[in-house]
Ligand binder design. Structure first.
Ligand SMILES: [Zn+2]
Length: 667
C-alpha cells in the first residue's frame, strides 16, 4: 500500500439521490470546504444491476465523470452491502435466517446470507464488473468492499457450510467430539448431518448464554470466516482486473462479530468508522484507533467514516459541540489515521439516515455551523499536506487483544455475568492513555520483541504456543502483567487441568485454587504501596509458589491471601493482578511499571490533555489534544513548530491550548 499523498478529506457521497444541478452545487461546496476524496457507490446495487443479465453504469459514470472533472479522488465501493429486491425474490436463499430462527424477507441492508451460492456469485460478479468498467479510472485510489460487514446467519446453507468447515478443521467426528467435549449432556455426534447451528433454537438461551461453549465458539469463528470469504471473493474479483488495487473494507467500533485480526491480513489497509456516543471517553476512542492501527503492524489506517455533527441511530443523538469534530478528527490522525472522512457529504431527504449529520445539511448551503467547521478543518489539512502521512507510532507497551478470547470469556457460563473482556482491556489502556504512554493492541501471536511491557488482561484462553511466546518475552527481560481469570482454557474452551492458571502457572509462579465472584454491593479490598483499593468483579484465591506477594486481600475468609504477585523469570518479571479494581489503582500500578521499565511517556500534560506521537523520516510529530472544556497550558521541554499556527516554541516554553484545542508540533 502506497503512502497517502495527503490526508484524504471527504466521505460517503450518494448523488444517486439527487438531480444533476444539486451535484454541480455539491462540487462548488466541496471545493470551498477543501474536500479531496469521495466514497462512491456504497449502496447502489439495485441501480447498477436492474436484472440478473443487465449492468447499467449510466448513473455511476455520470457521477464519476463529474467528481473527476472537479479533481476529486475516489474511494470506490462495491455496493454489495444491500442486495436488490428482485434478487431476493428470484433467489430466496440470499436472505438471512436470524439468531432466533426467523427467516427474513427482503428489506433493510447487511442482510445477505454469506454462504448463499447465489449471493457469492452475484456479489463477486458485480465487484469484477465494476473493476473492469473502471479499470482505467486513475483517480480511484482505493476500493471499498461492501460496507460495515457483520451479523450472522443461521440458515440451512450456513448449517451445511458449517459442517464442511468443521470437517476441514477436525477431519474426523471423533476429533470433533473430543474438542467439543460432547460426552457432556449426551451430545455425541455420530453423523456430520446431526450438527446444527447453535442459536436460540438449539444451544442458546440468549446471544451470549450457550450450553455448549465449544460449539458456539466454533460457530463464531465459522461466521467470521464465512463473511470474510465474501470480502475475499470480491477482493479477488477486483485484483483479477487490477492487481495493484488498494483494497479495504470499513470496520467498526468494539465490534465483536468479526475477528478483525484475521480479516486485516486479507486487506491492503485498515479503515474504520468511528461513532462515539456523547459520553464516550476519549480513551475509548483512542483505544479503538490503536486496535485499528495495530491490525496491520502499525501501518496508517483510514478514518473512513465519522459524523460531522450528529448520528441518527443512537438512543440520544446529541450534536457534536463546536470544536469536537475537529478535535476527534485530529485524535484519529494522532493515532495513525491518514484520512479524515465523513458519513455523509449531503444529508439524504428520505429513509432512515435523513437525520444523520452531513457536511451539507438539508438547507443546502454553506451557511451552517457544521459546514464552517468542516471548511476550517479542510483548510488546515491542506496546509498540513503530506507531512504526517505514513508516520508511525513508536510504542514500547503492548496489550494483547484477542477476538477468540473475547468470544470465549463472554460465552463462559460463570463465574460473573458482569465480566466483559473489553472492559478489562480498557482498565489498563485508560491508565496508560492518561499518562500519555503509546500502546499497541496486538494479537496473541504478535512479535513481542520490540516491547518492554506486555499486558494480558483476562487471558482466559491460551492458544497453542502463546504460553511459550510469553515465557520467551519475560525470559529475555520483558515485563508482563496478567490479570485474573487467565490461563483457564485451551483454544477449544477445555480447561487446562492441573491447577489454574494452567500453562501460565510456572511463568507467574502461582496456583489459583478458587475463583470468587464479587457482588457489586460487597467488594473486597487490598492494599498496594500503602493505599487501599477495592477488589471487585472476581477475586482469584491464589497461592504464591515462586512469586513474591505485593498485596493481599483485606476481607473475608481469604483475608491475607495474595491479590498481586510478581515472579522473577529469567531476566524479566511476570506480574499477576488477581482481581479488578478502580481507576486509581490502575493509574498507580501502571505508573510504577512504566517507571520500572524506564518507558518515557510522550509528555507530561494536565489532566484531559492528550499527547500522542507519530514519527517518520519527515519528522517527529507531537499531537496535543485538549479534551477539556477549559483552556490548558502545556510545558514543552523540547519546543517545536506548531504546524497549524506556524508558531515556534523554544525548549522549556509553554503552549496554551483553548478548550477542545489542538496543536501539532514538529520537533
Ligand atoms: Zn445463511
Amino acid at each position: 500500500m502506497k503512502e497517502n499523498p495527503i490526508i484524504y478529506y471527504g466521505g460517503d457521497y450518494n448523488p444517486e439521490q439527487w438531480d444533476e444541478q444539486t451535484m454541480e452545487e455539491d462540487m462548488r461546496l466541496f471545493e470551498e470546504a477543501g474536500i479531496t476524496i469521495v466514497t462512491l457507490n456504497v449502496f447502489s446495487w439495485a441501480l447498477l444491476q436492474p436484472s440478473e443479465d443487465t449492468y447499467d453504469f449510466t448513473t455511476l459514470d455520470r457521477i464519476v465523470d463529474t467528481v473527476t472533472k472537479h479533481g476529486l479522488s475516489i474511494c470506490m465501493a462495491t455496493s454489495t452491502a444491500a442486495h436488490p429486491a428482485w434478487m431476493a425474490r428470484k433467489y430466496p436463499d440470499i436472505l438471512r435466517t436470524e439468531f432466533n430462527g426467523m427467516k427474513r424477507k427482503y428489506g433493510s441492508r447487511h442482510n445477505s446470507c454469506p454462504n448463499s451460492p447465489n449471493f457469492r456469485r452475484l456479489s463477486r460478479n458485480l465487484a469484477g464488473a465494476l473493476a473492469e468498467h473502471y479499470k482505467d479510472q486513475k483517480n480511484i485510489v482505493a476500493w471499498h468492499i461492501s460496507n460495515e460487514y457483520g451479523g450472522a446467519c443461521y440458515c440451512e446453507n450456513c448449517e451445511r457450510a458449517f459442517r464442511i468447515w468443521l470437517k476441514e478443521k477436525y477431519k474426523t467426528l471423533d476429533a470433533l467430539n473430543k474438542a467439543w467435549g460432547t460426552n457432556f449432556w449426551s451430545h455425541t455426534f455420530y453423523d456430520w448431518d446431526e450438527i446444527v447451528a447453535p442459536n436460540l433454537l438449539s444451544e442458546h438461551i440468549d446471544e451470549t448464554t450457550t450450553d455448549f461453549q465449544g460449539i458456539s465458539l466454533d460457530y463464531a469463528r465459522f461466521n467470521s470466516d464465512s463473511i470474510l470469504q465474501n470480502c475475499v471473493d470480491e477482493r479477488d474479483a477486483i485484483r483479477e482486473v487490477l492487481p495493484d488495487a488498494a483494497v479495504t473494507t470499513n470496520m467498526m467500533y468494539y465490534f465483536k462479530d468479526l475477528d478483525y485480526q484475521k480479516w486485516a491480513k486479507e486487506l491492503d489497509f485498515t479503515s474504520w468508522d468511528s461513532y462515539p456516543r456523547y459520553y464516550t471517553k476519549p480513551a475509548s476512542v483512542a483505544l479503538w484507533h490503536d486496535v485499528m492501527r495495530s491490525l496491520r503492524h502499525g501501518q496508517p489506517f483510514w478514518l473512513m467514516e465519522q459524523t460531522p455533527s450528529v448520528t441518527n441511530w443512537q438512543p440520544v443523538n446529541r450534536i457534536r459541540r463546536p470544536g469536537e469534530m475537529r478535535l476527534w478528527s485530529y485524535q484519529a490522525v494522532a493515532h495513525g489515521a491518514d484520512s479524515v472522512m465523513f458519513f455523509q457529504m449531503r444529508r439524504s431527504a428520505a429513509a432512515s439516515e435523513k437525520y444523520h449529520g452531513a457536511v451539507i445539511d438539508h438547507v443546502g448551503t454553506n451557511q451552517t455551523r457544521v459546514f464552517r467547521e468542516v471548511k476550517a478543518l479542510g483548510g488546515e489539512l491542506q496546509k498540513l499536506g503530506n507531512q504526517t502521512t505514513g508516520a508511525r507510532t513508536p510504542a514500547k507497551v503492548a496489550i494483547l487483544f484477542d477476538w477468540n478470547n473475547w468470544w470465549a470469556v463472554e460465552y463462559s457460563s460463570g463465574p460473573n455475568d458482569r465480566l466483559r473482556y473489553t472492559e478489562e482491556v480498557h482498565r489498563y489502556y485508560e491508565a496508560l492513555f492518561e499518562q500519555n504512554v503509546s500502546v499497541d493492541l496486538v494479537d496473541v501471536y504478535a512479535d513481542l520483541s520490540a516491547y518492554q511491557l506486555v499486558i494480558a488482561p483476562t487471558l482466559y484462553m491460551v492458544k497453542p504456543g502463546v504460553d511459550e511466546a510469553l515465557k520467551t518475552f519475560v525470559k529475555n527481560g520483558g515485563e508482563l502483567i496478567v490479570s485474573f481469570f487467565s490461563g483457564i482454557v485451551d483454544e477449544n474452551d477445555h480447561v487446562t487441568l492441573g491447577g489454574y492458571p494452567g500453562k501460565l502457572r510456572d511463568l507467574l509462579g502461582i496456583w489459583v485454587e478458587e475463583i470468587d465472584a464479587v457482588p457489586e454491593e460487597a467488594p473486597n479490598a487490598f492494599t498496594y504501596q500503602g493505599e487501599t483499593y477495592p477488589a471487585t468483579l472476581l477475586c482469584d484465591l491464589l497461592h504464591a509458589e515462586t512469586a513474591e506477594v505485593h498485596a493481599t486481600y483485606r476481607d473475608d475468609f481469604y483475608s491475607g491471601m495474595p491479590a498481586i504477585t510478581c515472579n522473577h523469570y529469567g531476566k524479566g518479571k511476570a506480574w499477576y493482578v488477581a482481581t479488578a479494581s478502580d481507576h486509581a489503582f490502575y493509574q498507580q500500578f501502571l505508573k510504577d511499571r512504566i517507571e520500572e521499565c524506564s518507558i518515557a511517556p510522550v509528555l507530561d500534560t494536565p489532566k484531559g490533555v492528550e499527547a500522542a506521537l507519530r514519527e517518520s523520516e519527515k519528522g517527529t510529530f507531537l499531537f496535543l489534544l485538549n479534551h477539556n472544556k477549559t483552556e490548558e497550558t502545556v510545558l514543552l521541554p523540547h519546543g517545536g513548530l506548531d504546524l497549524l499556527t506556524d508558531c515556534s516554541y523554544a525548549p522549556q516554553s509553554s503552549l496554551t491550548l483553548p478548550a477542545k484545542g489542538v496543536a501539532i508540533l514538529k520537533k
